[in-house]
Design a protein around this ligand. Structure first.
Ligand code: E4P
Length: 218
């Protein structure tokens, strides 16, 4: 399973990338607004850190605007993946940009039917939002299960399921169990994956016992 980091914070991305665990990055207008920085500069900087796909979302909602913005954003670097919303115009933009050889991430997916359309429109990634579905009392992971199952029926579909709106390590493990290709994780959740209280307790005991030997390795 690939891990993308879901943030516009370049310091976080640089730090996490040093672990070798980061396969890509996703951003959205909300995450960019949180940085208080220029969008194009942030995307350029992220692309200089990470080799994998860096999703940069269009701001326009009409087809011509999305195409113009998508073509501008992809000039930034070869690993820019254009993010378009799952609307009728977004699907048209997905088809046009994909046909031009650009990676496209179709975002704001909340149903299996939408995911099927994105695959047919040539999306590189489909982003079903699990956390936001959970928030309204629906079952986000059920959507992931449905989309993975549907895509697997058709070998011609190359669209990867990118689990988005992830809120906890449980979302990640459930998605991995279902065979989702990618999960995009807030930095906090990626760090949480490494934590276990028994690891901390065990390490504290080893440190104490080692000190009692009075030895040094180097
Ligand atoms: C990533 O591509 C999505 O925009 C992001 O995961 C949404 O997360 P949120 O629902 O926590 O805002």
């Amino acid at each position: 399973m690939k891990f993308f980091v879901d943030t516009g914070d370049v310091d976080e991305i640089r730090d996490l990338d040093a672990t070798g665990l980061v396969d890509g990055v996703t951003t959205n207008p909300t995450l960019i607004a949180q940085t208080g920085r220029n969008f194009l500069e942030v995307v350029e900087e992220i692309c200089s850190i990470v080799d994998g796909p860096v999703s940069a979302e269009v701001a326009a909602t009409d087809l011509d605007g999305m195409l113009a913005e998508g073509r501008r954003l992809r000039e930034i670097a070869g690993n820019v993946c254009i993010k378009v919303p799952l609307t009728w115009d977004g699907l048209k933009a997905c088809k046009a940009l994909s046909d031009e050889g650009t990676q496209v991430n179709v975002t704001l997916c909340f149903s299996a039917a939408q995911a099927l359309l994105a695959a047919k429109a040539g999306a590189t990634f489909i982003s079903p939002f699990v956390g936001r579905l959970d928030d309204i009392g629906a079952d986000g992971m059920e959507l992931i299960s449905d989309v993975v199952e549907i895509y697997s029926q058709y070998p011609a579909i190359t669209t990867e399921v990118l689990v988005a709106s992830v809120r906890s390590p449980n979302h990640v493990i459930d998605a991995a169990r279902m065979g989702a290709h990618v999960a995009t994780l807030p930095p906090k959740v990626l760090r949480q994956l490494a934590l276990h209280p028994l690891t901390d307790k065990g390490l504290a005991a080893f440190v104490k016992d080692w000190a009692s030997t009075g030895q040094k390795i180097v």
